[in-house]
Write a protein that binds this ligand. Structure first.
Ligand SMILES: Nc1ncnc2c1ncn2[C@@H]1O[C@H](COP(=O)(O)OP(=O)(O)O)[C@@H](O)[C@H]1O
Ligand SMILES: [Mg+2]
Length: 430
C-alpha cells in the first residue's frame, strides 16, 4: 500500500515538473519564472516546493534553499531544504529548457492517506472508496462527453472559425463557468479580429493616395528627363512624399505597438498637472506665432499610473491639433481637473469644432476632415491619443465647446489599469 501511495506521490511530482518544463519550450524566461512563482504562491505551507536556477546556478525562483540536489529522484529531509519541519520531501530535479528545475512534494498527504487506509476505519474506507470510484466513473463519462464537445469547439477555433462556442449545459458547475468565460473571450476575440480586418483594409485604401502621388512625381521626372529637361523639382517632391509615407508607417507601427499593451508593465506615477503645465509652456509661443492664445487652467497635482512618454505625446497631439486646425484669434485652454473618481486632462479651443457625425471617425487611423486635407499631418494624431487612452483604461471624449472643440482624457482614480484587465473577462464593457 505504502508503495502505491509513494508511486502516486512520484506521479504527482512528475506531473508538476512536466507542466512547468513545458513552459520552457516557449523559450521565454519571464513565462517560466512566472509559472514557478504562481505555483509557489499557491503553496504557502510549502507542501510543494520548487527551485528554478539558471545555467550559472543563479536562483530565479524558489521556496527552498539552494541545497545541492542530485539530478533525478531523491528523498530529502525538510531541514535540508531550509524548512523547519520533520517531513520528508520526494524531489525530482532535471533540466527545463536551458534552466534547472527541482520540484518536491512532502509526505504529509501520504501519511494522512496511510492513516485513513490502514487505520481502524479500514473497511469503511474501502467501501466508501469503492462507492466514490463508481460515482466518479459515472460522472467521468458524463464530463467526458461534455469535454469532447468542448474540444471539438476549440478545434474549430484553432482552424480559424472564431464564431464557434463551447457548449454550456446550464447546470452552472465548474465546467459551465469555464466554458462561459472562454465564450466571453471568444466573443471579444471575434470582435477585435473583425475590427483589425477592417482597419487593415482602411489603411491599405488610404495609403494608395500618397503612393499614387509618388508614382506620378516619378513618372513626371522620367518624362522630363526623356525630353532633356531638368527634373530636380519632381524628384525633390518624390523624396518628400516617400519621407511622408515612411513617417506614416512609423506612426502606424507605433500605434500598433501601443495597442499590444506591453508598455503597461512600465507604468509609473505621473503627475498630469505638471505634465500639462510643461506642455502649455512649450506650446504657448507656437500658438502666439499662429496668432492664437494658449493658457493653462490647472488645479493641484493629479497623479495617474501611466507611461509618461506616451502621455506627453498624447497631450502634444491634442494641443498641436488645436493650433493646426483652428484659425488665428482662437483661444486654447489646457486644463487638468479632478473630482472624486476621475482625473481629466483636456484641451479646449474656440475654433471650428468637429461635427457630431465625424467625432467617432476622426479617431480612426488616417481619417481627416475634408477641409483639413490640405494641412500638414497624416490623420494619425487622434488615433494615437485613442490608443494611449485605451492603454491607460481612460475614456477619450470629444465634445462641443460652443464654439470649438473640447477633447478630454478621463482617467479613473485609484484603479490600476492592469488590475482592470481581469474584470474585463467576465464583464464585457465594450
Ligand atoms: N481642434 C480641432 N479642431 C477642428 N478639427 C480638428 C481638431 N482636432 C482634430 N481635428 C480634425 O480631426 C482630424 C484628425 O485629427 P488627427 O488624427 O490629429 O490628424 P491630423 O491632425 O494629422 O489631420 C483632423 O484632420 C481635423 O480634421
Ligand atoms: Mg493631428
Amino acid at each position: 500500500m505504502r508503495e502505491r501511495l509513494s508511486a502516486r506521490q512520484d506521479a504527482r511530482v512528475t506531473e508538476i515538473f512536466t507542466a512547468i518544463a513545458r513552459t520552457s519550450l516557449l523559450d521565454d524566461r519571464t513565462d517560466l519564472i512566472e509559472a514557478v512563482t504562481t505555483r509557489i504562491d499557491a503553496s504557502p505551507d510549502r507542501s510543494t516546493v520548487y527551485l528554478l536556477t539558471d545555467d550559472k546556478g543563479q536562483v530565479l525562483a524558489g521556496n527552498i534553499t539552494d541545497a545541492a540536489l542530485p539530478l533525478g529522484w531523491s528523498t530529502i529531509a525538510a531541514a535540508e531544504l531550509g524548512i523547519p519541519a520533520d517531513a520528508l520531501y520526494r524531489m525530482f530535479s532535471g533540466p527545463a529548457g536551458q534552466y534547472s528545475l527541482a520540484v518536491g512534494l512532502d509526505d504529509a498527504d501520504q501519511e494522512a492517506l496511510e492513516n485513513i487506509v490502514l487505520g481502524a476505519f479500514g473497511w469503511a474506507a474501502l467501501v466508501a472508496g469503492l462507492a466514490t470510484v463508481a460515482a466518479g466513473a459515472i460522472l467521468a463519462t458524463r464530463v467526458q462527453s461534455r469535454l469532447s464537445s468542448a474540444e471539438a469547439a476549440v478545434a474549430l477555433v484553432a482552424h480559424g472559425d472564431l464564431s464557434a462556442r463551447l457548449p454550456v449545459s446550464g447546470r452552472g458547475d465548474d465546467l459551465d463557468r469555464i466554458s462561459t468565460a472562454i465564450n466571453v473571450s471568444l466573443v471579444r476575440l471575434e470582435g477585435s479580429v473583425e475590427a483589425m480586418r477592417q482597419v487593415s483594409a482602411d489603411i491599405a485604401h488610404d495609403l494608395r493616395t500618397p503612393l499614387n502621388r509618388l508614382r506620378i512625381r516619378i513618372e513626371n521626372a522620367a518624362a522630363r528627363l526623356a525630353d532633356g529637361l531638368p527634373a530636380q523639382d519632381d524628384l525633390a517632391e518624390a523624396i518628400a512624399e516617400s519621407d511622408r509615407i515612411n513617417e506614416t508607417f512609423s506612426a502606424l507601427l507605433r500605434i500598433a505597438q501601443i495597442e499590444t499593451g506591453a508598455r503597461r508593465a512600465q507604468f509609473v506615477a505621473v503627475d498630469l498637472a505638471a505634465l500639462m503645465r510643461t506642455m502649455a509652456e512649450i506650446y504657448a509661443d507656437v500658438a502666439a506665432d499662429a496668432g492664437q492664445t494658449l493658457h493653462p487652467d490647472i488645479a493641484g497635482p493629479a497623479r495617474v499610473d501611466g507611461d509618461k512618454e506616451l502621455l506627453t505625446q498624447a497631450l502634444a497631439n491634442l494641443i498641436e491639433n488645436a493650433i493646426r486646425h483652428c484659425p488665428p484669434g482662437t483661444t486654447i485652454t489646457c486644463a487638468v481637473q479632478r473630482n472624486a473618481d476621475r482625473i481629466s486632462a483636456s484641451v479646449r479651443d474656440t475654433g471650428p469644432g468637429i461635427p457630431v457625425a465625424e467625432r467617432e471617425k476622426v479617431l480612426r487611423r488616417l481619417y481627416r476632415l475634408e477641409k483639413s486635407r490640405s494641412t500638414e499631418g497624416s490623420g494619425l494624431g487622434l488615433a494615437l491619443v485613442k490608443a494611449v487612452a485605451d492603454l491607460h483604461d481612460a475614456d477619450l471624449l470629444l465634445a462641443d465647446a460652443e464654439p470649438g472643440l473640447r477633447v478630454a482624457l478621463l482617467f479613473r482614480r485609484n484603479v490600476r489599469p492592469s488590475g482592470a484587465m481581469a474584470g474585463n473577462m467576465v464583464t464585457p464593457d465594450e
